[in-house]
Design a protein around this ligand. Structure first.
Ligand code: FE2
Length: 337
């Protein structure tokens, strides 16, 4: 019982709610309900005020009256849901009980939930409690995403690479994606995938990552687990962008001839973005200094790619990557080394 009480204290007492309604009496009534439950409550009396209030102090939950003069609740909701900074704040649209078309409109503008007037106190308070709980959970996952990106950067150093390897791999992959005309959305996935593709190396012993010399079969078997470990680390994240990077993380060591890992996929069975990543990753690995060897000259690395086109890497994509020679992507890599 005490544990329950403690949890309530940390999750709900400090939660903040914004009430938006042009009817001041209604606002006062709802405010009294929420304050009785220990929430911090702010109020706005029209759409413009509501957006200003959210920008000044983003709340954990917003109740929006559907019908207001000027900018109505739907307009406010759409604006909040279109903005990456505010789209994760749950919005409840408050409508008249009979207005089913309002609900459809509300779904279209991204409302998270609805509440009917006249408002039932118990239903209102329960709705607030459950949405705040979800919001807290989302906040935690969002910060988990930041932690994993930081982790990914830390691993780069642990892997014995010189600085910026990950960023160069990412830049090369995005440049290749642009060269083959991928849409902006997929370029973003490539970017995120580039930053995360080796995060699973956190599960590989440092003695193996930085070993000066070839790995034994047993060590290599362990090393080959990093794509799967990476997927396990990133799978719980709720961001749809991260979800789309999972095939890159899992398959960036597959080979065109089916001799790669972890699944031995061949040719076009390997997801396109993973095929792109593997070329940029291999190129930068070849030109990078490692603890046990100097990096290759860029021209020699490109020769290696040419030689492995069709066996290790996708032939057509290697051709497109080679066509980047002389562009800033590859020359910046050379300067950095
Ligand atoms: Fe890797």
């Amino acid at each position: 019982m005490w544990a329950e009480r403690d949890q309530r204290d940390t999750t709900e007492v400090q939660a903040s709610v914004l009430l938006v309604d042009d009817d001041r009496l209604n606002v006062e009534l709802l405010m009294a309900f929420l304050e009785g439950e220990g929430y911090r409550v702010a109020a706005a009396f029209n759409g413009v005020e509501a957006l200003k209030a959210v920008a000044a102090a983003p709340p954990d939950l917003i109740f929006l009256d559907a019908i207001m003069p000027g900018m109505d609740g739907f307009d406010v909701c759409k604006e909040l849901k279109d903005n990456p900074d505010t789209r994760l704040i749950p919005v409840v649209i408050v409508t008249a009980l009979s207005a089913s078309e309002d609900r459809i409109h509300g779904i279209e503008v991204g409302a998270d939930d609805f509440l009917s007037k006249p408002i039932n106190r118990q239903e209102f308070v329960l709705r607030a409690r459950s949405l705040v709980r979800v919001k807290r959970y989302v906040d935690e996952l969002e910060s988990a995403e930041r932690v994993i990106l930081a982790l990914s950067k830390a691993i780069e150093a642990r892997d014995g690479y010189t600085e910026k390897h990950m960023e160069r791999v990412t830049r090369g992959a995005v440049a290749l994606g642009e060269r083959i005309g991928l849409p902006e959305g997929l370029l973003q996935v490539l970017y995120q995938g580039g930053m995360l593709h080796d995060v699973g190396k956190i599960g590989i012993p440092e003695a193996i990552l930085g070993k000066p010399g070839p790995l034994t079969d047993q060590e290599f078997a362990l090393m080959r687990r990093h794509p799967e470990i990476g997927v396990e680390i990133c799978r719980p994240l709720r961001s749809s962008l991260v979800a789309q990077t999972l095939p890159i993380i899992r398959h960036h060591h597959e080979r065109a001839d089916g001799q790669g890992y972890p699944d031995g996929l061949a040719g076009e069975d390997i997801p396109l973005l993973a095929r792109i990543m593997s070329i940029s990753d291999a190129y930068d690995a070849m030109i990078s200094d490692r603890p046990y060897r100097r990096g290759m000259l860029p021209s020699s690395a490109l020769d290696e790619l040419r030689a492995g086109a069709g066996t290790q890497w996708d032939r057509e994509l290697v051709g497109r990557f080679l066509s980047l020679e002389g562009s800033t992507v590859l020359s910046v890599s050379q300067e950095a080394e």
